[in-house]
Design a protein around this ligand. Structure first.
Ligand SMILES: *Cc1c(COP(=O)(O)O)cnc(C)c1O
Length: 397
């Protein structure tokens, strides 16, 4: 059994705070500052340019990729770190579209995160080959996977409602009509027991600053299935994805397997922080994580529905149908969330009316959930959110 009291002790949570926003930005792992300081002083400071070899910097992108692979059920050697998630979406999509030149439809859903859709739009314009981004309701994806579809671009868990797609079933459906799949794991990597290889996913991408606690702007990852890894053409053909970067050839030749999905120089300091964050997953069983996450979300849902009738559940009621978050609709959700934050219960608000709470078993326990429910009940029942300072909108919600 995974010891979640031990993992909780690995994170810095400010005194008195109940942090239910690890789905937006994970908290600081206590070991990260020293790890980053070491990379700065002992490696960058003392080794300078020789750090690329001596400290093994160049191998970090695939080394950490392998650590992430274990958390998402991917084969070793098929995940690499780098860039941001938006860039990784673009990369996966460009490669996938080239693999299905006769098809023009990219299928996604209206619950997808806008950046994924924007990247698709931009790529379609740049290609100028008449591709179409077809956006349907999340529950209608299955019915729209037809022989017109080149690739599905789906985020496994809806960032607003927490609704979970059936990766295995949708991947099988896509393959049955000759389509490819790209799975965005932004809200599942480190939140559920993702099984990429078992599902037969073609591509997957995700970020590491949410449930993986890598720090603000931590590098993203991309997965390419073994069946495609040596044949896909990388659209972002940077020098570090080249077969021999230090040959400095004038022409591009794609590197072996997942190496070709590297683009430029890896962010070594950010990777040092992520490396420390990934230590917290040693000894964590992803099945235990999923079970614990479902217990926490279920407890929160039941308590709040009983105590706060003014909140409308926006997440699926069945824990098997959702990720590791619970969302409620409330017309005055923005000021209500500000009032909670002022009282140390940190969730976030997503337009137009969603109050979102993330549950991250590594550092949230049942006691936190009950304490959060007490504060939420007090604020909601007392209408304590209706003060001018809670209505003023900040740039980041
Ligand atoms: C968080 C998130 C992003 C953010 O992309 P960045 O490039 O890392 O800013 C993109 N897509 C999804 C589905 C997300 O949840």
């Amino acid at each position: 059994m995974t010891d979640f009291a031990a993992t909780k002790a690995l994170f810095h949570i400010p005194d008195g705070m109940i942090y239910l926003d690890g789905n937006s930005l994970g908290p600081l792992p206590k070991s990260a500052p020293a790890r980053v300081a070491r990379a700065m002083t002992e490696e960058w400071g003392e080794m300078l340019i020789t750090g690329w070899n001596k400290a093994g910097w160049m191998a970090k992108a695939t080394e950490l990729g392998d650590r992430v692979a274990k958390l998402i059920g991917a084969e070793a050697g098929h995940v690499v770190m780098g860039d941001t998630l938006s860039i990784k979406v673009y990369q996966a999509l460009a490669s996938a579209l080239e693999m299905r030149p006769e098809r023009k439809v990219i299928l996604s859903d209206s619950g997808n995160f806008p950046s994924d859709l924007y990247m698709a739009e931009g790529l379609i314009k740049s290609l100028g080959q008449g591709h179409e981004l077809r956006i349907v309701a999340p529950e209608e994806i299955d019915a729209h996977i037809t022989e017109e579809v080149a690739v599905t671009l789906i985020t496994e868990v809806d960032y607003r409602t927490g609704r979970l797609h059936d990766m295995k079933a949708l991947t099988a459906k896509a393959h049955s009509v000759g389509a490819l799949t790209i799975w965005d794991l932004a809200h599942t990597a480190g939140a559920t027991d993702v099984k990429l290889a078992e599902a037969g996913a073609d591509f997957a991408v995700g970020c590491t600053y949410k449930y993986l606690n890598g720090g603000p702007g931590a590098p993203a990852f991309i997965y390419v299935a073994p069946a495609h890894a040596d044949t896909v053409r990388p659209a972002l053909s940077g020098w570090l994805g080249h077969e021999a970067p230090f040959a400095f050839d004038l022409g591009y030749r794609a590197g072996a397997g997942i190496e070709r999905m590297r683009v430029g120089t890896p962010p070594i300091l950010a990777l040092a922080s992520l490396d420390a964050a990934l230590d917290a997953w040693e000894g964590v069983d992803m099945g235990d994580l999923r079970a614990r996450s479902q217990e926490l979300t279920q407890l929160f849902l039941q308590e709040l529905e009983r105590r706060c009738p003014m909140l409308t559940l926006a997440s699926p009621r069945d824990p098997a149908q959702r990720g590791s978050q619970i969302s409620f609709r409330f017309e005055q959700g923005y000021p209500a969330m500000q009032a909670l934050i002022a009282r140390g219960v940190i969730g976030d608000f997503r337009a137009p009316d969603i109050m979102r709470f993330g549950f991250t078993p590594l550092f949230v326990d049942a006691n936190d959930v009950l304490r959060a429910c007490d504060v939420i009940e007090e604020v909601m029942r007392g209408g304590l959110w209706d003060r001018p300072e809670y209505h003023a909108r900040a740039a980041v919600t």
